[in-house]
Design a protein around this ligand. Structure first.
Ligand code: AMP
Ligand code: MG
Length: 338
């Protein structure tokens, strides 16, 4: 098999088989050469699966809207839930989040390791709005796995990485699991063998009272001993994993009307595709769902700040990333409590 030299134009830009046109996912060895190649793929906004001590992560540049949109596309996630941002060390964590004294204590006790902290997002963090689902908080992890560490250092920026499996499937702990689910949908995987922990990271919310958002590789008791308190179980609005829980965060101030082919007089038209040529803003004039996902949060905010009345949104096809876009738009359009 011969792979074409130039990346193909499908959105995840895995290279193509010259004869069949099928996308190929490169398997890279966890050598310094393989890791350098993986870092250069990330720098192009493409996706690389890599091992951590918990499970394999599906990595993309956390500062790039397109890279993050591609993560949702590759996983076929039906919702834009926020993603965990991976950094190599505490200095890099300080660049994107605000750590108070409690956060510093937990961080120095458990990082690097299978712990994710949800912290207040720094204003100047420079992350894609899709990574945080436009929330004022960010989930950060410093993984311990030497391959993850080496990749993060070689790349030199924050990497968004949910588990490297299609949405709704079991998290992958071996490279063959990743390839079974995502082969042809991502540019590359770094082969680091099996993962040691095999369950996801524990997620601790530290944007208010400490709260356990997800049990995982670090036992809650160990966190409680460090914090000196009993943890709440996170059954509150900090935990956006259940659909709808964070509905109010995503809601623009303006009224939103969906599936509009012809907007009414005075409405702000948020268009999609070539039919919406006359739109005030177009999520993707070419009708590309990855581009539309990458623009969604910015454009909703821009539409909201410019419209006095109603935002009229073109129909978005209910396929691929369109499902997650429509999910978010339906929340924006839903009546909300005062
Ligand atoms: P996953 O990407 O599947 O490992 O899951 C990440 C989970 O982390 C999300 O579903 C949330 O529960 C949590 N999370 C990530 N980012 C944030 C954030 N900015 N604020 C609150 N929770 C978050
Ligand atoms: Mg997962």
């Amino acid at each position: 098999m011969i792979a074409a030299k130039s990346p193909c134009h499908n959105s995840n830009a895995a290279s193509q088989n010259a004869y069949t046109g099928e996308s190929l996912t490169q398997t890279l060895a966890s050598t310094s050469k393989g890791i350098a190649t993986a870092a250069s793929i990330l720098a192009k906004g493409e996706l690389v699966a890599f091992p951590t001590e918990t499970v394999y992560g599906l990595g993309g540049d956390a500062r790039s809207d397109i890279a993050v949109a591609r993560i949702f596309e590759a996983k076929a996630r039906p919702h834009f839930n926020p993603l965990i941002v991976h950094v190599p060390d505490l200095n890099a964590a300080h660049e994107i989040a605000v750590l108070d004294e409690v956060a510093e204590r937990v961080a120095s006790a458990f990082w690097p390791g299978p712990l994710t902290l949800v912290l207040p997002l720094r204003q100047d963090a420079g992350l894609s709005a899709l990574v945080t689902a436009d929330l004022p908080s960010v989930a950060i992890r410093i993984p311990e796995h030497p391959v993850a560490q080496a990749l993060l250092r070689a790349f030199g920026g924050p990497v968004a990485a949910p588990s490297a499996n299609p949405s709704g499937k079991v998290s992958p702990t071996r490279p063959e699991h990743v390839l079974a689910g995502l082969s042809g949908r991502i540019a590359a995987i770094v082969d680091g063998g099996p993962c040691a922990v095999g369950v996801e990271s524990t997620i601790l919310g530290l944007t208010g009272e400490p709260v356990l958002l997800r049990p995982g590789g670090i036992p809650a008791e160990a966190l409680e001993a460090c914090l000196g308190c009993v943890l709440g179980n996170g059954g509150n609005a900090q935990k956006p994993s259940a659909p709808g829980q964070l509905a109010s965060h995503y809601a623009p101030g303006a009224t939103v009307r969906l599936n509009v082919l012809v907007p009414e007089e005075g409405e702000f038209w948020l268009g999609f595709g070539p039919e919406a040529e006359a739109a005030d803003l177009n999520l993707s004039p070419a009708g590309d769902l990855v581009e539309a996902a990458a623009n969604l949060f910015h454009y909703l905010r821009r539409a909201d700040s410019r419209s006095g009345t109603t935002i009229a949104v073109s129909p978005i096809p209910e396929r691929g990333l369109g499902r997650a876009i429509n999910d978010r738009l339906r929340r924006a359009a839903a009546p909300r409590p005062e």
